[in-house]
Every structure is written in structure tokens, then in C-alpha cells.
Design a binder for this molecule. Structure first.
Ligand code: FMN
Length: 280
């Protein structure tokens, strides 16, 4: 067997097993097409430059707009960036992640309270709730749900994606480059394109379900043993995918163990406020 099998070659059982890094994943009945697509998800960081078929962007946005949205307020927008120079500027903000430039389409997902602000001004309405943390959270959640619908849609169409949270290293610079009005926060970017078949990666296993699923009450069980076992699973995944021998806890603590791992995002409250959000 080659080191990495294309996910489309995996049968239902193998798909679930790959998700949990075990010979046997959780019990499943026959998978339908949607479940197969969800379980086969992988973030892709190597793209060929083939353009997307006409209409793809609009289909992705229709999928995004089909997501649930808090009270139908639709507090999100998205900017499709296809210009190479502008993608390079986005990549620069995101620690030079060159897949941003490689992918034909880069979507910047926005928590957007500015549309309602304009409507309120035009109609002479008060907008007292705008400046509260809750409203910012509603907008960020709306943007995230919309984006994830677009991801699933893209993957169902044979496209690959990867989120780019590193845009939040400098949201003010993103706002400047994309001419965002006040009350708009770039939540993350998303590369969309065709995967470079010469650089396939495998499905990244997750924690066992027993680590994340509780019944009725929050009662963690055998957590340390589960984490230890998952560390081994992720080390094996890292080795198989040419990412050294890094395990899960190493990775998480390098991100969360010190302020340095935040890449400037420790200033997020100030950065979000600079975009107009009061976060009361
Ligand atoms: C909000 C968010 C931001 C992310 N930002 C980045 C990023 O900046 N660069 C990157 O390579 N991957 C990024 N990812 C992808 C995650 O690293 C990836 O989803 C995770 O490692 C699990 O791997 P998988 O998606 O292949 O299953 C991000 C994912 C999410 C949900």
C-alpha cells in the first residue's frame, strides 16, 4: 500500500477508522453521501493553479447562505480574493502561507455588523445592541457557520480547502487592504482550489469520541490515558505525512503554552476594538 491512500478510495469503514486513527472507529450504519463527504474532510495546503469552473463561487456562497443564522440577521459577508497580488498580501499577513497564493480562490469571511449599521442610519433607527460583545459573537458565529457550509459544499464538488485563521495576526491590515468599513472583522480566510495530487495528505485523526461526548452531565473519564493514546496516534500521523514526530500535546502547548504562540493575537481585544466593535 502507498503511504497515503486517496480518501475517495476508502470504504465506509476505513473512512471512520481513519478519522479515529484506529483499526475500528465507532459503530456506524451504512454511510450516505453527505456523511462520506464529512468524514473524508482534510485541510489541504498544496494546490494546483487550475481555475474553478464558472459559477463555483456563487454555488459556494449559496451553500453559505443556506446555513442557519442567528434570528435570520445574517451578520456576515465574504470577500472573494482572486487577484494574485492581493492574495500575496494576505499570505504575508498569514506567516507566508503560500497555499493562499497557490489556490485560485481565497475567501475572507467577515463578521459584519456594518450592513445593519448602514440600514439603521438610513432608516433613523437606534442600534443600541450593536456595541455589545454578544452582537460580535453572533456575527462571528454566523460567519463561521456560513463558511463551514461553503467548505462542505466545496468538498462535495471535489474541491479542497483550508481555513486561514492566521489572517487574525493583523486584522487591521486586512481591513485596510480590503477596504473594510467599521464594524467588520475578518474572522478567517479560506483557500479553495484543486488539491495537488502529488502532495496528498491523509485524514487527520481526532480524539476518541469518549473524550468529547458526555451523557447528561460533564464527566470526563480516563482523560489522561485517552490523551496519551491520541498523542501516539498523532505522532504516527505526523510521521506518515512528513511532519516529523510531533504529537498532539506538543502542538497544542506550542500554541497555547505561551503568549509567543499567539503570533500577535494576544492584542485581539484592542484589534477588534480598532475595527469599531466596543465589546461591552
Ligand atoms: C478557524 C480555523 C483556522 C485555521 N487556520 C489555519 C491556518 O491559518 N493555517 C493552516 O494551515 N490551517 C489552519 N486551519 C486548519 C486546521 O489546522 C485543521 O483544521 C486542523 O489541523 C485539523 O486538520 P483537518 O482539517 O485536516 O482535519 C484552521 C482551522 C480552523 C477551523
Amino acid at each position: 500500500m502507498s503511504a497515503i491512500e486517496p480518501t475517495r478510495a476508502l470504504n465506509d469503514h476505513a473512512l471512520l477508522a481513519a478519522r479515529y486513527g484506529e483499526s475500528c472507529g465507532p459503530a456506524s450504519s451504512e454511510l450516505n453521501e453527505v456523511l462520506r463527504c464529512l468524514f473524508a474532510h482534510r485541510s489541504v495546503r498544496a494546490y494546483v493553479q487550475d481555475p474553478l469552473p464558472p459559477g463555483t463561487l456563487e454555488t459556494l456562497v449559496a451553500a453559505a447562505q443556506s446555513a442557519a443564522t442567528s434570528s435570520n440577521m445574517q451578520f456576515w459577508s465574504v470577500i472573494a480574493v482572486q487577484d494574485k497580488e492581493r492574495k500575496a498580501q494576505m499570505a504575508q499577513i498569514a506567516n507566508q502561507q503560500m497555499h493562499i497564493v497557490q489556490a485560485p480562490l481565497f475567501l475572507v469571511w467577515l463578521a459584519d455588523l456594518s450592513r445593519l449599521d448602514r440600514v439603521a442610519k438610513a432608516r433613523g433607527h437606534e442600534l443600541e445592541a450593536r456595541d455589545y460583545l454578544e452582537s460580535f459573537m453572533v456575527a462571528a458565529i454566523d460567519a463561521s457557520l456560513a463558511a463551514q457550509n461553503a467548505v462542505v459544499a466545496a468538498e462535495s464538488m471535489g474541491l479542497a480547502t483550508v481555513y486561514i485563521g492566521a489572517l487574525r495576526n493583523d486584522p487591521e491590515r486586512v481591513a485596510q487592504l480590503l477596504e473594510l468599513p467599521p464594524y467588520v472583522m475578518p474572522v478567517f480566510g479560506l483557500c479553495v482550489g484543486y488539491e495537488d495530487q502529488a502532495k496528498l495528505t491523509s485524514i487527520k485523526p481526532r480524539l476518541p469520541q469518549s473524550a468529547v461526548l458526555f451523557h447528561e452531565r460533564y464527566v470526563p473519564q480516563a482523560e489522561m490515558e485517552q490523551v496519551e493514546r491520541y498523542d501516539e496516534t498523532l505522532s504516527a500521523f505526523s510521521r506518515q505525512n512528513g511532519m516529523g514526530n510531533v504529537n498532539w500535546t506538543d502542538r497544542v502547548f506550542s500554541r497555547m503554552g505561551s503568549i509567543k504562540g499567539m503570533s500577535g493575537r494576544e492584542r485581539m481585544r484592542a484589534m477588534v476594538k480598532a475595527l469599531g466593535f466596543e465589546l461591552r
